[in-house]
Design a protein around this ligand. Structure first.
Ligand SMILES: Nc1ncnc2c1ncn2[C@@H]1O[C@H](COP(=O)(O)OP(=O)(O)O)[C@@H](O)[C@H]1O
Ligand SMILES: [Mg+2]
Length: 227
């Protein structure tokens, strides 16, 4: 961790529960977290411990019951849903265990999608998408649809889509959880290379100890707190 780098994403005393009364499940119990520019952090913990919940809250996809989330000097709870969506679309990239690519679109179109949604002109969006596909080693597969790609290739397309907007940070929820070891390694090599060259802040939720050991810091989520 480099304390001199700017803090880009943080939370303070985040509580989150699901359900009501006797069904109430307290998932997060006062979480503090900080991610600085260019840092990489692993979040580990048992299944059901609340890792995805925390990642959703940090990414502005869900709101805490109480506590604060800050991204790039903006307090999420002071923003409208629309503004929070805007901050998220411009500042963050997301990758999940499953690629969630649109099956009727080509790799190139999938990668260009976040830019097109932002109303970037089509020519520029496709150019940036092609460039990003090149950076994940898939420029020669640009006109293939997801069903014509292997699992690792799809996940590299998903990575290119997450990063085509040049975000400050990447939030990844078990990004290699669905891949065999060798394929996972190929995806991770691309990911680490991009992290370095783009100076990305990165949070990876993972069960894989060999992955977490390669990140700057590892936290464990247990009983609703990080340690
Ligand atoms: N929307 C929801 N409604 C009710 N319970 C939920 C919801 N989302 C998550 N949970 C529960 O919260 C706990 C933590 O879930 P999750 O954050 O997905 O854990 P993890 O990612 O660590 O496996 C689980 O018991 C899960 O069933
Ligand atoms: Mg999860």
């Amino acid at each position: 961790m480099n304390e001199k780098n700017k803090c880009i994403l943080s939370c303070r005393e985040v509580f989150k529960s699901f359900g009501k009364k006797s069904n109430r499940l307290q998932v997060l119990n006062g979480v503090f977290f900080e991610l600085r520019e260019g840092d990489s952090v692993a979040i580990t913990g048992a299944s059901g411990s609340g890792k995805s919940t925390l990642l959703h809250i940090l990414g502005g996809l869900d709101v805490p019951d109480s506590g604060e989330v800050w991204f790039d000097n903006e307090n999420f709870s002071h923003l409208t849903d629309t503004k929070r969506g805007h901050v998220r679309n411009y500042g963050m990239g997301f990758v999940y265990q499953f690629h969630h690519l649109l099956h009727e679109f080509t790799a190139l179109e999938n990668v260009a999608m976040p830019l097109i949604i932002r109303r970037t002109n089509t020519h520029e969006a496709l150019q940036k998408a092609r460039n990003m596909l090149g950076r994940v080693g898939l420029v020669d597969r640009q006109s293939h649809v997801p069903s014509e790609l292997s699992g690792g290739e799809r996940q590299r397309v998903a990575l290119a889509r997450a990063l085509v907007t040049n975000p400050k940070c990447l939030l990844a929820d078990e990004p290699t959880g669905n891949l065999d070891q060798q394929t996972a390694e190929e995806v991770l090599e691309v990911l680490f290379e991009l992290q370095k060259t783009m100076n990305l802040g990165m949070i990876i939720v993972t069960h894989d100890n060999s992955l977490s050991s390669r990140l700057g810091k590892t936290y464990k989520l247990m009983k609703g707190v990080l340690s």
